[in-house]
Design a protein around this ligand. Structure first.
Ligand code: MN
Length: 239
């Protein structure tokens, strides 16, 4: 008798508790649905870019840093009316937005681009016949010159930020670097364009494996570039 009473109380408590869990989960789902911008799924595993980019860095970078930028970006947009669904429209007027939108919106977008233009080294598909390689040769004189300029932009970016290969308004390629989470689509950068290749030079992108040797990370990055994706983005930008 005592046992069955205890059991009944336990059951009632369990049901009450699980209703709360259900309600809580529903609320979470509703909150998630308010997220306009979402992290892209990685098309490879965390260890797929080894030995050039280590699995632990990838996991922390994706699950912690990028997830946090995405969450904070969506949170910063919740209070605003008429948020453009095309993020490039937000960036084109980023000087009119808050620092939270600028930093987290940049962090959200830049990392999606960064993940997409990397691939396991065995699939890194540099091909001299790609349109973007032809355009690189035209803009920089040679691929080696481009690599030197891009690596230099990434190495000399003081503190944290990004280096970019972008298409300008005349369809010509140029290399630049930006501070923090800014990017070439923003109306606050020195030269605007459509970025087609990006390297993250924040310490969290390389510090676990490379410590203070940023140039080694930049060099390694060239082994995992997804040139087909860069080419696709180049063709979209010039058409
Ligand atoms: Mn990062």
């Amino acid at each position: 008798m005592i046992h069955s009473a205890t059991f009944m109380i336990f059951t009632i408590l369990s049901v009450t508790f699980s209703n709360k869990v259900v309600n809580f989960q529903n609320q979470k789902v509703m909150e998630t649905n308010k997220q306009i911008f979402k992290q892209d799924k990685l098309s490879y595993g965390y260890s797929a870019l080894e030995p050039y980019i280590d699995a632990q860095t990838m996991q922390i970078h994706y699950e912690k840093h990028h997830a946090a930028y995405t969450e904070k970006f969506n949170a910063a947009l919740l209070d605003l009316d008429n948020v453009p669904h095309d993020i490039s429209e937000i960036f084109a007027n980023i000087s009119k937005y808050s620092t939270a939108v600028r930093n987290n919106g940049g962090g959200y977008f830049n990392h999606n681009l960064y993940w997409s233009i990397m691939t396991p080294s065995a699939k890194s598909n540099f091909d001299a016949s790609l349109e973007v390689v032809d355009a690189i040769n035209t803009a920089f004189g040679s691929f080696d010159e481009f690599k030197k300029e891009f690596s230099n932009a990434a190495t000399t970016r003081f503190g944290s930020g990004w280096a970019w290969l972008s298409v300008d308004s005349h369809g010509k390629l140029f290399v630049s670097s930006t501070a923090n989470q800014d990017n070439p689509l923003m109306d606050v950068v020195e030269k605007q364009g459509v970025p087609i290749l990006a390297i993250d030079v924040w310490e969290h992108a390389y510090y676990l494996k490379y410590q203070n040797k940023r140039p080694d990370y930049i060099d390694a990055f060239f082994n995992v570039i997804n040139w087909e994706e860069v080419n696709k983005r180049y063709k979209e930008a010039v058409n």
